[in-house]
Design a protein around this ligand. Structure first.
Ligand code: SR1
Ligand code: MG
Length: 394
């Protein structure tokens, strides 16, 4: 694969930091220890900590998919992530890593070392729900919406911002993996043979397919606010801050683009579904009860935060009363996107560890349950409330 920039290694990351005065001021390069910890689908991630415990993270885009090296992937996605990190740091600083800057020549992002926190999906898999993170994530999304959408910007700015960094390649991936491939024969798809009839039933369900197409259309055409674009439970780090208070930080914004606000809420809802079905399969009653509260908590925090910011909006385009119907449509779309996001993780490329680490005898039933519930969500997206998504037996 043609490579016109140098990739970092654990051996060269220290020298790279030393070559950048802005970063060298943050750590003692002489005592730096570097580990590569990237466990996602796409990038290199280096934690760099000095002898006194001060640290930073370097994230570098590979020109291909890390988990599928034959699949080329533009490193320009780091430019989109830099925009996302910058906006999140501006509008939602308490739920974002500190952003130290972007080196476009080598597609390297530098940000706060969040080693005191853990990936939320891994915690959920260990039956630790971190329910406060659901509140923090909902508030985070609302702040981004208020800070980047029509509440504070003109339509011209939204369109210009969308065009400035369209993140076309990664939006195409989402469009394909989430909205298209699960519903056609495609080499990226894989599922346990026992659920083949269920997949075909879903593909033959015209109402479901039309609903997916409606969400796909909105995904492609909407320019409502800056959207993280891949806000699943693997994109949130959770734990406690130094004073023992709940802490959650949204990371990994490389799929970031101007799109439909409800998409990020839906990503969380769909991944909460996987976590709930896992807890059910493993008979973890107490953990399940906690996970069942997550969609309602995220939605409540989102709505409360958005309403609290509404009176301060500077945009004059929208009627005072618009907040109410807007929230209704966001809620409905979030549930429908949640159905799309859960379905793609069962059928298409890039599975989730919630399912994949289940014992074989529980796996098929769990995947079946997620697919059935997701279909139920899509059918009832206009009637369901977020706090009943994981309890209504849909
Ligand atoms: C080829 S990228 C596969 C998936 O990894 C990311 O986490 C996104 O969810 C994407 O769909
Ligand atoms: Mg990611």
């Amino acid at each position: 694969m043609a490579m016109n920039y140098e990739l970092l290694t654990v051996e060269t990351a220290g020298a790279y930091i030393a070559s950048r005065p802005d970063l060298a001021a943050l750590v003692d390069v002489a005592t730096l220890a570097v580990t590569e910890v990237g466990d996602g689908n796409l990038n290199l991630v280096f934690i760099c900590q000095d002898g006194a415990g001060k640290g930073l993270v370097l994230k570098q885009s590979l020109p291909y998919v890390r988990v599928a090296p034959d699949w080329p992937m533009t490193p320009e996605r780091a430019t989109a992530e830099a925009r996302g990190l910058g906006a999140a740091a501006e509008y939602a600083p308490t739920t974002s890593p500190i952003f130290y800057g972007y080196d476009h020549s080598r597609y390297v992002l530098a940000m706060q070392d969040l080693s005191h926190l853990t990936i939320w999906r891994n915690e959920l898999n260990e039956a630790r729900a971190h329910v406060d993170a659901a509140d923090l994530a909902g508030a985070h999304i609302a702040r981004l919406v208020a800070g980047t959408g029509l509440m504070t910007h003109s339509p011209e700015t939204l369109r210009e911002e969308r065009g400035r960094i369209p993140n076309t390649a990664l939006c195409d991936i989402t469009e394909q993996l989430v909205f298209t491939e699960p519903y056609i024969d495609h080499e990226n798809n894989a599922w346990p043979p026992a659920i083949t009839p269920l997949v075909h039933e879903l593909r033959d369900d015209v109402d479901h397919r039309l609903a997916v197409d409606r969400m796909k259309t909105r995904f492609i055409t909407s320019c409502e606010s800056l959207v993280h674009g891949d806000l699943h439970t693997g994109s949130v780090m959770v734990g406690q801050d130094l004073t023992g208070n709940p802490d959650a930080r949204v990371i990994d914004a490389e799929f970031c683009f101007y799109g439909p606000t409800a998409f990020d809420l839906g990503a969380l809802f769909g991944n909460y579904l996987a976590a709930a079905v896992r807890a059910e399969a493993l008979g973890q009653a107490e953990h399940l009860a906690a996970v069942q509260t997550l969609p309602g908590r995220t939605w409540q925090a989102f709505e409360t935060t958005l309403r609290s910011l509404w009176p301060d909006r500077t945009g004059t385009l929208l009627h005072d009363a618009y907040i109410d119907p807007w929230l209704v449509s966001l809620r409905q779309d979030a549930i429908a996107y949640g159905a799309c996001k859960a379905t793609r993780r069962m059928v298409g490329f890039a599975k989730v560890s919630d399912m994949e680490t289940l014992p074989a005898d529980l796996h098929v039933e769990a995947v079946t349950t997620v697919l059935q519930r997701a279909r139920g969500w899509m059918r009832a997206a206009h009637d369901l409330a977020p706090d009943e998504l994981l309890t209504a037996g849909t």
